[in-house]
Ligand binder design. Structure first.
Ligand SMILES: [Zn+2]
Length: 66
């Protein structure tokens, strides 16, 4: 019985096994793609937190001036 493929290569679109770390069709590293994507997410989250923190500091400054 053949195993069902749940994952696709983002580069060539071939079906891969869920636990595959590299594509056996185009030999690209799949972990790289996921790592880069997660790094972008972390950066977006950091920017959001920084913005919230900045607004908080600004409001505290405005409050202390009154
Ligand atoms: Zn591929």
């Amino acid at each position: 019985m053949e195993r069902r493929t749940d994952k696709r290569c983002p580069f060539c679109g071939e079906g891969l096994r869920e636990e595959a770390v590299f594509c056996r069709y185009c030999n690209r590293d799949l972990e790289d793609e996921e790592f880069l994507r997660s790094r972008v997410r972390v950066r977006q989250m950091a920017m959001l937190l920084l913005a919230i923190f900045g607004i908080g500091v600004l409001l505290a400054l405005i409050g202390s001036l009154r």
